[in-house]
Design a protein around this ligand. Structure first.
Ligand code: ACO
Length: 405
């Protein structure tokens, strides 16, 4: 047993718990295989499979984005939880590939869901982001300030790849996963979390963008990396990952007051099959306890844990009252582990017929779409009227300005 550091003492028992009651995932249709990559960089299917375990990854199409994938995953999670968008108090999107610096991807999704009572923000902790987000949401629920939170991990990593760098472009894929967390007085849900950062390793992987040191219009950052493209020192990140997984999971187990033998499932960040196998060896557990789908999706950064969780649930690898652990690691450097006691949900496929809530959700999504289309139509109409009568346009713009004063 590992003794927890002082600030990681077991969680004070509370009568309020945060349970995962909904889940959903969304990946693009388009598949990029290792063979496809052979035509882009000097690599081989054999090298990629043997060094990483990856066979293929999904790649976002022209009309797909971090927010649209996140939205799809969130809608599915709401469906499973049978919760209305208007019941959501908080939406957190963990991402390294947001739609914008602001407005946040979370705010876009909040609007598209019609979640008009929710707060929303993006969270940047690279591949650990989803676990960070679930912990933030669970804390808010346990404190009593919130009832329902949606945590989404969503990425379009292939849009920030340097397609000339074979050390990174073969690793990443696009996708999103989401969970709904809900307050309950039934014991269980999120039991413990360990969040960590070591910023001294910040130069080992990252995506330089608008920063105080770097000029936005320059092609390279101050330390020589291509702007807006992912760079990574794979070997060093590999060593860091294998070092932190064991300690972090053991600390989360101590905090949750259970032992490794009590765990039924470990959902790790899907970076590399060899990292996961090494973690199983160091924890001395059966590798089958780890969920592994890196072969089909590659590394989807913050989306990888919720996607792997969704697939594990679909495959019935977790049942009520089982204990499971999540472990994320990545840029920052950051790492985060979590222990949960699974309760599950009244799943959509066990409900009969089209529930009232299902109809209300569809109505909410439709009305947001109609409002957005109406706004666009109105804008076009006004532009047309301004072109026909420029004087009217000038007067309208002056009036708008006056209104803003
Ligand atoms: N195809 C063929 N050869 C390649 C490729 C490739 N795609 N990439 C590298 N090589 C070559 C290298 O040039 C090197 O050749 P050399 O020996 O002639 O110099 C050789 O293969 C070995 O290269 P390494 O980088 O040492 O390969 P390694 O076995 O370490 O695998 C990898 C590289 C897959 C990147 C691995 O280090 C890794 O998975 N690292 C961890 C990544 C990770 O965990 N990321 C998580 C965080 S991601 C986030 O937070 C966003």
């Amino acid at each position: 047993m590992v003794t927890p550091p002082n600030n990681d003492m077991p969680v004070i028992p509370s009568t309020r718990y945060a349970h995962i009651v909904g889940w959903g995932m969304a990946v693009p249709e388009k598949i990029l295989t290792n063979q496809d990559l052979e035509a882009i960089v000097e690599t081989s299917d054999d090298w990629i499979q043997s060094r990483t375990g990856i066979k293929e990854r999904r790649i976002a199409g022209e009309t797909e984005s971090t927010a649209s994938l996140g939205l799809k995953a969130a809608r599915k999670a709401l469906e499973v939880a049978d919760i209305l968008p208007t019941d959501i108090d908080l939406i957190v999107v963990a991402t390294s590939t947001p739609e914008n610096i602001f407005p946040s991807t979370a705010s876009l999704i909040q609007n598209w869901l019609g979640a008009n009572r929710a707060g929303a923000f993006d969270l940047s902790a690279a591949c650990s982001g989803f676990v960070y987000g679930v912990d933030m949401a669970a804390q808010a629920i346990r404190s009593g300030s919130m009832q329902v939170a949606v945590v989404i991990g969503a990425e379009t990593m292939t849009r920030v790849m340097d397609w000339q760098d074979r050390g990174t472009c073969i690793l990443f894929g696009d996708g999103a996963g989401a969970v709904v967390l809900k307050a309950s007085d039934v014991e269980g849900g999120v039991l413990s979390a360990i969040l960590r950062s070591d910023g001294s390793g910040g130069d080992l992987l990252g995506i330089p963008t608008v920063g105080s040191e770097d000029l936005y219009h320059s092609d390279f950052s101050s330390n020589g990396h291509k702007m807006h493209k992912m760079h990574m020192n794979g070997g060093e990140v590999f060593k860091f990952a294998t070092r932190v997984i064991k300690d972090s999971i053991e600390q989360a187990l101590v905090k949750a007051n259970i032992s490794i033998e009590d765990l039924s499932l470990i959902v790790p960040h899907q970076a590399n099959e060899r990292i996961i196998k090494a973690a199983a060896r160091s924890l001395n557990v059966d590798p089958d306890m780890f969920v592994l789908n890196v072969d089909r999706y590659g590394n989807t950064s913050a989306a990888s844990i919720p996607i792997a969780l969704c697939e594990a649930i679909e495959q019935k690898r977790i049942k009520p009252d089982d204990y499971a652990a999540f472990i994320g690691f990545g840029g920052g450097l950051t790492w985060a582990s979590m222990v949960i006691k699974w309760t599950g949900a009244k799943t959509a496929d066990t409900r009969t017929g089209l529930s009232i809530n299902q109809q209300r959700r569809q109505f909410s999504y439709l009305s947001v779409r109609v409002r957005a289309q109406w706004k666009r139509f109105n804008q076009r109409l006004q532009n047309l009227a301004d072109r026909i009568n420029p004087r009217r346009g000038r007067i309208r713009r002056l009036r708008d300005k006056a209104d803003q004063l």
